[in-house]
Ligand binder design. Sequence first.
Ligand code: GDP
Length: 428
Amino acid sequence: MTVTAIVGANWGDEGKGKMTDVLASDARYVVRYQGGSNAGHTIMNHFGKFALHMLPSGVFNPKVMNVIGPGTALDIEAFLTELAYLKKNGVPTPLISVSERAQVVLPIHRLFDELEEERLGSRGFGSTKKGIAPFYSDKYAKIGVQVADLYDEKQLLKRVTQSLEIKNILLAHLYGRETIQPEALLPDLLAQAEMLRTYVCDTTSMLHGACSRGERVLLEGQLGALRDPDHGIYPYSTSSSTLAGFASVGAGVPPYAITDIIAVTKAYSSCVGAGPFVSELDGSEAEELRRRGGSSGEYGATTGRPRRVGWFDAVATRYGCMVQGANSVALTNLDVLGYLDDIPVCVGYELANGTVTEQFPVGSMLEEAKPVLQCLQGWRCDISGARTFEELPKAAQQYIAFIEASIGTAISYISVGPNRDQLIKRDR
Ligand code: GDP
């Protein structure tokens, strides 16, 4: 096995960070291939509890080279802040490489993200306001700034000037704000570039070399399949592809090198931000699950926003595994469900016209769908100390078997707590 993608089967926050931190112990590279500082991975290990936003989750393993690939949205400020945060908390200085082809999130991207969310008001998309949509808009409009541009002042000024031309018209006439002169952005960018310099290299050649030598590489996804712009719940999607299929592009590895795709899913559902969420709970049932979920309740690692929670959604997860091309699944947070007598699972969607489907429908049909629930028996005990499948209570084993059959993908890992060692590996 050379290259493994660790990706989300749902809306994000599935526990990919924990899985990556664990599997990094026998990897040589961990690569971020898309997104920026707009989502957070919570990781708990012997160094403490950390929320990572910009750095790959291999940073706790000193032998791992952590790569920020060309497909990412590099927020240099977040990158440097996070490095300092690791140092302050006693984590040995990690090995890091940043692709010279990655593009840079500029302060104007963050500003536009805020202004646009404010303008949209209740019609907003639940942006984390980290500048990601304006960043990717510029990238695909070919007015972005590549890391390599930071080291050529003339080129940098040209790129920033181009990026500001239309934005200044919008600032003055749509948002009623002061315009920004390109020269004003340069001093900070040049200073940040100096601090970044030692990490910058041709990561694509480095990873191709690693693949040809058969070294183990992990590709770490951000958010989940349902936030993918092509296959997800558009327009409530993110601005870069969250799929393993994109990982070869965003990381810079040959597509055929990716042999294993692990889709991570929780034993229930959670979702930060707007968009249809069929198995969503409200009221006291939601509050209880939210309070018990994750490592300290279901609150966003980036935003602190309470996450929307619901029962496990077999329709969405089967679809998520399909579009990820998953050949195995890591089921996380199983321990959280130990308080329930019965555990409902969403096995179908009832559409507005009364028909029931097991296929994940498109946008407008999804908005009106209602969950069809099937109740499974709970186990009513603490399973966080289990380290083998056999140690799990029968009802928990049956819950896993039911989910496995309903999503059609083998569950190879079962996570029973946020810590590294709270993991059951099944040889399938
Ligand atoms: P990611 O973005 O996919 O890495 O997910 P997040 O880190 O945003 O959210 C997952 C949450 O679940 C975090 O609070 C993790 O610490 C926590 N977590 C991961 N696996 C488990 C588990 O098996 N049990 C419990 N209780 N918490 C877990």
